[in-house]
Design a protein around this ligand. Structure first.
Ligand code: ADP
Ligand code: MG
Length: 280
């Protein structure tokens, strides 16, 4: 028997912005769903103690016996925290409130910034050495970060190939962005030389509001090509879906929000292809 081909190394993207309410979790859930819908195999890692990505994907608290908290403490392997969702090829490692205490717990550990990176690296290891294992072969890992630039977010940045920044189309959209970019730069120089900004996704765009259009112009002026062409509109279906424990693509596939997340997914896959061509 020929040895099995080594498993694909997933692309790891973190959704980060230290502001709350900008669309990180909504984008993690719906971009993850859209990528899975077009054939990728996706793992969402919920790194926000609030656990909104887990709730929004219908994972009840009672099912979160093990979580990303246990993964970061080193108590369990990432693959053992993974749960299936209602979306084929979309899995999630859920979070619990315990995670809010992790910073203090890891404070004296030398590898504290690399706990998640190392857990993701081990994700495929056991399956590589044991052909009997049927672990899914993830092509994308999406990390939903908390609204802060703390050790949890640093773990996400140290574990990622690139950062995806959701920005809400509102007056203070750009406020805080330079601090976020500075943190990404610091992580790049000290912890993860391969880290880049994948792109900026404008969220909650309201065409009836002149301010929204002004913000889009400003952000494009400031960040140029880094801004995805796809803009996520403000859409009530998007905000309703989590209360049913569903991604919006399952709740209402035809609504403008679902269609926008499908376009974002293809744009991201395109960008990934050109990055790979550039690197080859
Ligand atoms: P974050 O994770 O950055 O804190 P969320 O993704 O939780 O932000 O979004 C904040 C709030 O805005 C949530 O109530 C969410 O349902 C709502 N929301 C996000 N995106 C949209 C959208 N495109 N249209 C309408 N509501 C949205
Ligand atoms: Mg969130």
């Amino acid at each position: 028997l020929a040895p099995a081909a080594p498993r694909a190394v997933p692309r790891v993207l973190a959704l980060a912005n230290q502001k709350g309410g900008v669309g990180k979790t909504t984008t993690a859930i719906n971009l993850g769903t859209a990528l899975a819908a077009i054939g990728e195999t996706v793992l969402i890692i919920d790194l926000d103690p609030q656990g909104n990505a887990s709730t929004g994907l219908g994972i009840e608290r009672s099912r979160r016996r093990v979580s990303t908290y246990d993964v970061l403490t080193g108590e369990i392997e990432l693959r053992d925290a993974v749960l299936e969702t209602a979306v084929p090829r979309l899995h999630i490692a859920p979070s619990t409130l315990d995670l809010s205490g992790i910073e203090l717990e890891l404070a004296s550990q030398r590898d504290r910034a690399f706990r998640l990176r190392d857990a993701i690296r081990r994700l495929n290891g056991a399956a590589d050495s044991d052909p009997e294992r049927t672990d899914p072969e993830y092509t994308y890992v999406l990390i939903d970060c908390p609204p802060s630039l703390n050790l949890i977010t640093v773990n996400a940045m140290a574990a990622s190939n690139a950062i995806l920044v959701p920005l809400q189309c509102e007056f203070f959209a750009l406020e805080g962005l330079s601090q976020l970019l500075k943190t990404v730069e610091q992580v790049r120089t000290t912890l993860n030389p391969g880290l880049s900004i994948h792109g900026i996704v404008l969220t909650m765009f309201d065409a009836r509001n002149n301010l929204s259009t002004q913000v889009v112009d400003d952000v494009r002026q400031f960040m140029g090509e880094k801004v995805y062409e796809t803009i996520i509109p403000r859409n009530v279906r998007v905000s309703e879906a989590p209360s049913y424990g569903k991604p919006v693509l399952l709740y209402d596939l035809k609504c403008v929000g679902s269609q926008a997340y499908l376009r974002l997914a293809s744009e991201i896959i395109q960008r990934e292809r050109s990055l790979r061509v550039a690197a080859a």
